[in-house]
Design a protein. Structure first.
Length: 250
């Protein structure tokens, strides 16, 4: 396996409660040639102090704070601008990686000549306890498949910068990760799914994504204003998403 630098993109906002465990899961990687670009969206808790203290002890940890609160999309874009790696991987500041996540995913991509990939993941609660639910990948996801039900976990994604370049994240408060993958799939035909569970996704109470009604408007913005889908197609995808959530299929 080639020893390329992996830049880890981590927007954060008021995640002082979780971010130490998240960063520890990165520091415990068997693959050590990484940097993490943490961009803080003006946290009001102790996130800044925590990360700056960790950065003093590990030069691979880079901390930047936005001048004004601007949302995760802006923070993620800024982190991508700062990244210097041959690869970019994404990790939200409350999710966790398995120790061999980078090593195995890089091998998967390099052995198969894939530029864009994701992995399966499991859900955990706020105490990092398993919810006994694994979200599987599909072998390959194209633009239309992603629109249907997005079988891609944000903190499991990695891509090759030399092949695909850098991107600006569409500026919406929620579903901006989906919007980014859709943008990237206009450049690279597939996200290739690795079936191994290499990420743990934290379910938090009272988050924006936990309020399903609130999320609907962001789906509408994504489909109509960013992807410019027809009204009929936008309504179809929203109804399909609601069906999946009501019956807990996704």
């Amino acid at each position: 396996m080639k020893d390329g630098l992996v830049s880890i993109i981590m927007p954060t906002y008021n995640c002082g409660r979780f971010i130490v465990e998240t960063i520890s899961s990165i520091q415990n990687q068997t693959y050590e040639n990484w940097e993490v670009e943490i961009v803080d969206d003006c946290s009001t808790d102790d996130t800044k102090e925590i990360v700056e203290e960790l950065a003093k002890k590990d030069s691979r940890i880079h901390y930047t704070c936005l001048e004004i609160n601007s949302g995760a999309a802006v923070a993620r874009t800024e982190a991508m601008k700062l990244a210097q790696g041959e690869y970019m991987a994404f990790c939200d500041s409350d999710d966790l990686w398995m120790p061999d996540k980078l090593e195995r995913q890089l091998a998967f991509m390099q052995e198969n000549n894939y530029a864009f990939s994701c992995t399966a993941y499991e859900q955990i609660d706020e105490q990092s306890k398993s919810l006994n639910r694994v979200i599987k990948t599909v072998r390959k996801t194209d633009y239309n498949r992603l629109l249907l039900d997005c079988p891609v976990g944000n903190s499991s994604v990695m891509y090759h910068v030399g092949t695909m370049g850098k991107f600006e994240v569409p500026n919406i408060r929620k579903r901006n990760d989906d919007a980014l993958w859709l943008t990237m799939l206009k450049k690279e035909k597939y996200i290739w799914g690795m079936p191994d569970v290499l990420m743990r996704y934290r379910i938090r109470k009272n988050s924006i994504s936990s309020n399903k009604l609130a999320v609907i408007k962001y789906h509408w913005i994504l489909y109509r204003e960013i992807e410019h889908l027809s009204v009929f197609r936008s309504v179809f995808h929203i109804c399909w998403w609601c069906f999946l959530k009501v019956f807990r299929i996704k």
